[in-house]
Design a protein around this ligand. Structure first.
Ligand SMILES: Nc1ncnc2c1ncn2[C@@H]1O[C@H](COP(=O)(O)OP(=O)(O)OP(=O)(O)O)[C@@H](O)[C@H]1O
Ligand SMILES: [Mg+2]
Length: 241
């Protein structure tokens, strides 16, 4: 049915965190939502099975397993997909990802597709992440840092998406670092909405001690404009975007 592509202004910005948070939020409300990480670099061996750290995080966070359909490409080397693939003698193709996305959209109520890195990360020699997003026709949730330095990266990412006519559902601000000045974060939020003309869905707080499993996601998301996502999800056809 409905889905979102979770991209970010950078690598390590909190895409996995926000994908896990939204997955748990909707699962707790009885919805059938599936987190899909098509290309994972930095995969790790667990026994005789190569596992995706981002998927392991979703599962740990949501307290459930998502089975074998969570990834299409797994690479050992923690680098850009095109390089990780090349070093393993493989080429990442967008078609199997498009096919898997369609399959998952048909078998789940909601789908979250997490990108790798930011928008202009190469998937292969010809395509970058933004080309894949374009092919998938899913509205985007853009994860950005809440604090200092976010305006430039976030507005540039929005400009790139708008240039391609890709629908942006909204921005999620993530407190990736502790002790940012609240004045800066408040101003960032205001300036981002003004400069990008894209709504901020909400801010996710910095979590000390990484006690992610104990979080009350419902309480944190109480202040979010979650209706922005609900409205985007209710669109009957992705072509509407
Ligand atoms: N709000 C937060 N509070 C505390 N730690 C956080 C927060 N958000 C993210 N982190 C930590 O920052 C690191 C990067 O986050 P995350 O893995 O979600 O980034 P990513 O954008 O998915 O990275 P990648 O590009 O590798 O997929 C992780 O160790 C995560 O636990
Ligand atoms: Mg990730």
């Amino acid at each position: 049915m409905g889905g979102f592509f979770i991209t970010g202004t950078d690598t390590e910005i909190g895409k996995t965190m926000i994908t896990a948070v939204l997955t748990k939020y909707y699962l707790d409300r009885g919805a059938d939502i599936f987190p899909y990480k098509p290309v994972q670099s930095g995969a790790e061996w667990e026994g005789d099975k190569l596992t995706a750290p981002d998927t392991v995080f979703y599962e740990r966070f949501a307290g459930r397993e998502f089975g074998t359909e969570t990834n299409t490409y797994l690479f050992k080397i923690p680098s850009s997909p095109h390089l990780a693939a090349a070093l393993e003698g493989v080429k990442v193709e967008s078609q199997p990802i498009v096919d898997q996305t369609e399959k998952l959209l048909n078998s789940h109520e909601h789908l979250l597709v997490e990108g790798a890195g930011g928008l202009i990360v190469p998937l292969n020699e010809e395509e970058t992440m933004i080309d894949l997003i374009d092919r998938l026709s899913l509205p985007v949730i853009l994860v950005a840092r809440a604090g200092l330095g976010t305006i430039n990266h976030t507005v540039l990412s929005v400009m790139a998406l708008k240039q391609r006519n890709i629908k942006i559902a909204g921005i999620v601000l993530n407190q990736v670092t502790p002790d940012e000045l609240p004045e800066i974060e408040e101003d960032n939020r205001k300036m981002l909405e003004k400069l990008s003309d894209v709504p901020v869905i909400g801010t996710f707080p910095y979590i000390k001690g990484q006690e992610f499993e104990k979080l009350d996601v419902g309480e944190i998301l109480e202040n979010w404009n979650i209706n922005i996502l609900e409205e985007a999800m209710q669109h009957e056809s992705r072509k509407a975007y």
